[in-house]
Design a binder for this molecule. Structure first.
Ligand code: NAP
Length: 307
């Protein structure tokens, strides 16, 4: 069956990743878009989701590519109109609103898919399999990029609910929670807020691991030059290093073959499977760690940020 899909929020990630991944997947047809200011050439366009859903009853699923602060209202609208929903990361602005979406989807027997694109990076499954059964001594996340290069002009990332450095940092946490065999929890955090902004520009996290590994994360948007999106995992029998956001993996300095990178094609393949099986997939672990960081983290004020 070809699913007739609508995209909400025609912005950077919709254009860079969703539209090409949908075009390459025969299970989906991009049937319409809802965006206040943008359109995709040749695709019927509406300014808001409510009018789109009214006008296009044949649309059976909606992919939400808007910033997190506005995701809940559209997700709820789509579910209440009987449509399946795919959510960009993070799946919402709060945990409780996502729990509410889970409830609505369950009551209406609809699919709700909270995506974590970095988990589909080429080397992540390989890292998870390699770590299985090994004694982990240390896991260190280093996720550093230049916010001016990767989020040019995006004001919502600096507004409450926009997550600041956790917008990319949650990708690292989605990989960590995918590859670690055990569950860990945050024990200490420092969040660095520019004096003129509502969200942090950098964060340092330390986790408690019941299996006694040292687990830490350094997230920073003040990096100049090429980004570092790395996770190093030291075990008693060798050290694995995931780099390029999980696209590459080395074991003790030797690159291992891991296949092709296909994050968004992987997400749409998974969405098609979920639609076929009538299931949902909502894993809130990465968001829980971010929420804990805002609850527990010591707030440090740093110099103002301007573009
Ligand atoms: P974006 O381009 O700034 O925003 C996407 C679109 O959402 C905007 O173009 C805008 O289109 C619409 N929108 C609706 N309400 C909005 C509001 N209150 N403020 C701003 N825009 C609003 O953002 P993005 O980079 O695509 O990110 C969207 C989501 O995808 C985020 O949750 C992000 O974490 C995730 N994501 C982004 C990337 C990336 O590389 N950029 C990668 C992976 C995931 P209209 O003005 O036409 O309504």
């Amino acid at each position: 069956m070809t699913h007739k899909l609508a995209i909400v929020g025609v912005g950077k990630i919709a254009r860079d990743q969703h539209i090409p991944a949908i075009a390459a997947n025969p299970n989906f047809e991009l049937t319409a878009t809802a965006s206040r200011n943008a359109e995709v050439g040749g695709v019927p366009a509406w300014r808001d989701l409510a009018s789109l859903l009214d006008a296009k009853p044949e649309i059976n699923c909606v992919s939400l590519c808007t910033p997190p602060q506005v995701r809940y209202s559209d997700a709820r609208l789509a579910l209440e109109a009987g449509r399946h929903v795919m959510l960009e990361k993070p799946p919402g602005a709060t945990l409780s609103e996502v729990h509410d979406l889970v409830r609505i989807a369950k009551e209406r027997e609809l699919t709700l898919f909270a995506t974590w694109h970095s988990r589909h990076a080429a080397a992540v499954a390989h890292a998870r399999n390699w770590l299985r059964g090994k004694k982990i001594l240390r896991l260190a996340i280093s996720w550093k990029e230049d916010v001016r290069q990767w989020h040019p002009g995006q004001e919502w990332i600096w507004e409450a609910g926009g997550l600041g450095i956790f917008d990319p940092g949650i990708n690292a946490l989605s990989v960590m929670t995918e590859i670690l065999p055990q569950s860990v929890h945050l024990k200490q955090a420092e969040l660095f807020f520019p004096s003129n902004r509502q969200t942090p520009i950098a964060a340092q996290l330390e986790f408690h691991d019941p299996c006694e590994a040292e687990i830490s994360a350094e997230l920073d948007w003040r990096e100049q030059g090429p980004p570092a999106w790395n996770i190093e995992v030291e075990t008693t029998v060798g050290t694995a290093k995931l780099s390029e956001g999980g696209a590459k993996m080395e074991i003790d300095g030797t690159e291992t073959a891991v296949g092709h990178d296909a994050e968004y094609p992987g997400l749409y393949a998974r969405f098609a499977d979920l639609l076929d099986s009538g299931e949902s997939d909502v894993d809130l672990k990465p968001m829980l760690h971010v929420s804990d960081a805002f609850t527990l983290g010591k707030r440090v004020t740093v110099e103002p940020f301007d573009w």
